[in-house]
Design a protein around this ligand. Structure first.
Ligand SMILES: Nc1nc2c(ncn2[C@@H]2O[C@H](COP(=O)(O)OP(=O)(O)OP(=O)(O)O)[C@@H](O)[C@H]2O)c(=O)[nH]1
Length: 393
């Protein structure tokens, strides 16, 4: 491969993708990761351009110290963008530690920039460690696309390995270093560094599609008013539970706000909507985070209490009923008195099919309404659906 051609192509690609990422950021300023990645591309282009100018009469301060700082900032900004993208908890303490480490590394560059050999070792090690951190961050973060995540992680680890080898080559050939502080044998590691940087740059825009996909998926699974799972997502989660935990007992629960039509008619739809949101909030707050909660109709919710026995579930449902009656009295200044009715059934997935469970819980809810509302009814599986015994509690 002809090195000057590779460098020119790599710089052009990094420049174009960097520009594209910056335009993406301008369209969506909230997504700061794109700005950080566009800066990362920019630093690589500027740093490499300064390195190319080394044989000319440019002060070493620029062609070595500034150039290598820029080349280090490229992966550092890549890391910062990944931290933003993966919503990594970026505490003040972590930020201070990161800035402190960066300052120390730059101080080492400053102290060694007159000795190209030493400088190229520290640069290679600093870049290698930054790529290790990038791979670690991806490992820790929740990015839903495993194949893509693993590919990117492999590229980072390979890049780190290449940089470690480069540092080793410099140490082993200390007596025969060229103007850049590199031995002749490092031409392949140098080429790999340029190609891997360009590959990473080309993969970055793909993350923007993943981000959009993640947003759209979340949106399609949530109910717009309450942010609970919508009907379809709730039943999908239910199906998954039946497959994954066939022998873990659970309680299927249907909840409906009583006389809701009257709430709408008396106080208006805005207050009605607020009441629906308040009940949803109370359910989310009171139930465990791994319980499955959904809004499956206008003023109707469905819940799967996970890994629970019947008596505990009964206590919980009574507590919910009481809390709605006691706490949700005033909504948006209106004197609304909300109550809920609950129907529920205890299930073991391997023994009970979920369609029947749904029907029994719904029948039990109907029984609660018939019993005067603000009531909990427990259904039991009988020999057939119509024989599901019900107990008014
Ligand atoms: N504000 C508001 N109202 C809704 C929404 N979805 C459904 N509704 C209303 O909820 C009411 C449901 O009333 P019904 O199913 O007759 O039941 P109910 O008045 O609650 O009586 P019971 O359930 O028998 O206690 C209807 O008036 C619907 O228009 C919504 O998203 N917002």
């Amino acid at each position: 491969m002809h090195l000057p051609t590779v460098i020119t192509l790599a710089l052009a690609t990094n420049f174009i993708v960097g520009l594209y990422l910056y335009l993406l950021y301008q369209r969506k300023p909230k997504d700061r990761c794109f700005k950080l990645w566009s800066y990362s591309c920019g630093f690589f282009v500027l740093g490499s351009a300064l390195v190319v100018l080394r044989p000319y009469a440019i002060p070493n301060f620029f062609s070595f110290f500034i150039a290598d700082c820029l080349l280090l900032l490229a992966p550092v900004y890549l890391l910062a963008g990944l931290a933003q993208f993966s919503r990594f908890r970026y505490t003040k303490q972590r930020r201070q530690q990161a800035l402190g480490t960066l300052a120390i590394v730059i101080a080492i560059f400053l102290a060694s920039y007159q000795q190209p050999g030493l400088l190229s070792i520290t640069v290679a090690l600093a870049i290698a460690l930054t790529f290790c951190l990038c791979a670690y961050l991806l490992h820790k973060s929740i990015i839903t696309e495993p194949t893509f995540t693993r590919t990117l992680q492999s590229v980072f680890l390979l890049h780190a390995l290449v940089m470690f080898i480069q540092a080793l080559l410099v140490m082993l050939n200390w007596q025969q270093l060229n103007l850049h502080g590199l031995p002749e044998s490092s031409v392949y590691t140098l080429l790999s560094h340029i190609l891997l940087t360009t590959l990473t740059t080309l993969l970055l825009p793909w993350l923007s599609f993943l981000k959009l996909e993640r947003k759209l998926t979340l949106k399609s699974q949530r109910d717009g008013l309450t942010r609970l799972a919508n009907r379809e997502h709730f039943f999908n989660q239910l199906e998954r539970y039946w497959q994954q935990y066939p022998s873990t007992p659970a309680v299927f629960m249907m909840i409906d706000i009583d006389f809701f039509k009257k709430v709408n008619d008396t106080f208006g739809h805005a207050v009605g909507d607020q009441a629906i949101v308040s009940v949803a909030k109370l359910l989310s707050k009171q139930l465990r985070s791994n319980d499955i909660i959904g809004r499956i109709g206008g003023e109707e919710y469905a819940v799967l209490l996970i890994d629970i026995d019947e008596q505990t579930a009964l206590k919980i449902s009574h507590r919910l009923r009481q809390q709605v009656a006691e706490q949700l009295k005033f909504i948006e200044e209106a004197n609304v008195e909300l109550t809920i009715s609950i129907g529920m059934v205890h299930v073991i997935p391997v023994q009970h099919d979920r369609i029947t469970a749904f029907k029994l819980a719904d029948d039990a809810l109907y029984a609660s309404k018939q019993a005067g509302r603000n009531t909990v009814t427990l259904a039991k599986f009988g020999p057939d659906i119509d024989n599901g015994l019900k107990f008014d509690i």
